[in-house]
Design a protein around this ligand. Structure first.
Ligand SMILES: [Zn+2]
Length: 411
């Protein structure tokens, strides 16, 4: 059984699957409200009167609609005919969204902006982009979208009708105390409601972050609901760093993501998420940490931090290199990429060579005749100055075994 079956189901957008039997009000009763009644398309003047909307979609109005239709055929105007003919059908079609039971999926463009999917898009939003999912689903609930074409009815007539249905559904929203505790913000449940997320679905959205003992930010839920982060991948990584802010950040990670197991292993060593990502990008295996621990007797967190610090400077020292650094008490040395670049330029100048950058080396690379970036950087750390490294290289120490050098230094 897929632990995240409900989450995957929610993400599968299906406009055709919207429940057409969604009632107008949560209790299946009438919706009563005050509507505006215009007798001219060109005048801003209106009267107000009550309307009672029955569960079957029929409306009770203080008009004889049959007579109004005859009058309309002769050229008179009553906005209540539009109310009955356009607004109420539009409201009925929007009820799955208003009740937060619709399964809405959103598309993304190349820049990460959110888009209304083809099966729900209309003229008003076919090309629209939204900076966040909440704005996109708010648009779907907007009467302008539900009514489609430009109509007199939009704001003045449809607005209050949609607002009354929205209010009725919001009032009847279930209040589960255990669900409230899942969201960190005081108004988190409201924020999620605005984002089209029903309280009943919040536990399914929280499931991939079950390792986090504390409440999660609303942004996490919105992203988990509408984004594409893989819940299995997410749960592996979050278990290594069970933190709400990290969960919110991680929930936006999708597409080409670092290997979850490697990333989690780095996080468990206490390195920052950014460094863990750098390590996985550079294919530095977390398995190097126990080897460095064995070679140096550093605690694992220090070994991991040092592997990271050297990786950030474009270097991948071997456990033997780290052993040399440890013997020189350099466990808190932070290599500087700029200083290493300058050293490489110094050596090239010393030889009269063109200055070429030396790329980062994979950890397993055999020592070459020419010292590589990592060897030079380790030498710089051990000897202290660029000048000393240049003269050492000039004397013909080209293939440098730092172990030999280290024992030589300490002898
Ligand atoms: Zn639209």
């Amino acid at each position: 059984m897929d632990r995240y079956a409900r989450l995957r189901e929610l993400r599968q957008g299906n406009a055709a699957g919207d429940d057409p039997t969604t009632p107008i009000t949560p209790d299946g009763g009438d919706l009563e409200l005050t509507v505006r009644c215009y007798t001219s398309r060109d005048s801003a003047e209106f009267a107000t009167h009550r309307m009672r909307l029955h569960p079957d979609g029929t409306a009770e109005l203080p008009h004889d609609l049959h007579a109004e239709r005859i009058a309309a055929a002769l050229g008179s105007f009553t906005s209540c005919l539009e109310l009955v003919d356009s607004v109420i059908p539009a409201l009925l079609s929007a009820l799955p969204l208003i009740s937060r039971r619709a399964r809405v999926a959103l598309d993304r463009d190349a820049r990460g902006q959110w888009r209304i999917p083809r099966d729900r898009a209309r003229g008003c939003c076919r090309r629209a982009t939204f900076p966040d999912p909440t704005l996109a689903v708010e648009h779907l609930r907007d009467p302008r979208h539900a009514l489609g074409a430009q109509s007199f009815a939009h704001d003045a007539i449809a607005g209050p009708v949609f607002a009354a249905a929205e209010a009725a559904w919001a009032r009847a929203r279930p209040a589960h105390p255990d669900v409230n505790r899942l969201v960190v913000e005081g108004d988190g449940i409201d924020q999620l409601w605005r984002a089209g997320i029903h309280p009943d679905d919040i536990p399914a959205l929280a499931a991939p972050a079950a390792a986090v003992a504390r409440p999660l930010p609303a942004t996490y839920f919105v992203r988990m609901r509408y984004g594409a982060v893989d819940p299995d991948w997410f749960s592996t990584v979050i278990a290594a760093r069970p933190d709400g802010e990290f969960a919110a950040w991680l929930s936006a990670r999708e597409g080409a993501v670092p290997d979850a197991r490697a990333w989690a292993a780095w996080l468990r060593y206490g390195v920052t998420p950014r460094d863990a990502e750098l390590a996985t990008e550079r294919r530095i295996s977390p398995d190097v940490v126990p080897a460095v621990v064995a070679a140096t007797a550093w605690p694992p967190w220090l070994a991991a931090r040092n592997v990271m610090a050297w990786a950030a400077a474009g270097c991948t020292p071997t456990p033997a290199h780290f052993a040399a650094l440890a013997r020189h008490g350099l466990e808190h040395h932070r290599p500087s990429a700029a200083a290493i670049d300058a050293l490489i330029a110094d050596i090239a100048r010393d030889r009269g060579d063109p200055v070429l950058p030396r790329p980062a080396q994979p950890a397993a690379a055999p020592l070459e005749a020419e010292p590589g970036r990592t060897e030079l950087a380790v030498l710089l750390a051990l000897l202290g100055t660029r000048r000393q490294v240049v003269s050492r290289v000039r004397t013909g120490v080209t293939a440098i075994d730092c172990r030999a050098l280290a024992s030589q230094q300490s002898a």
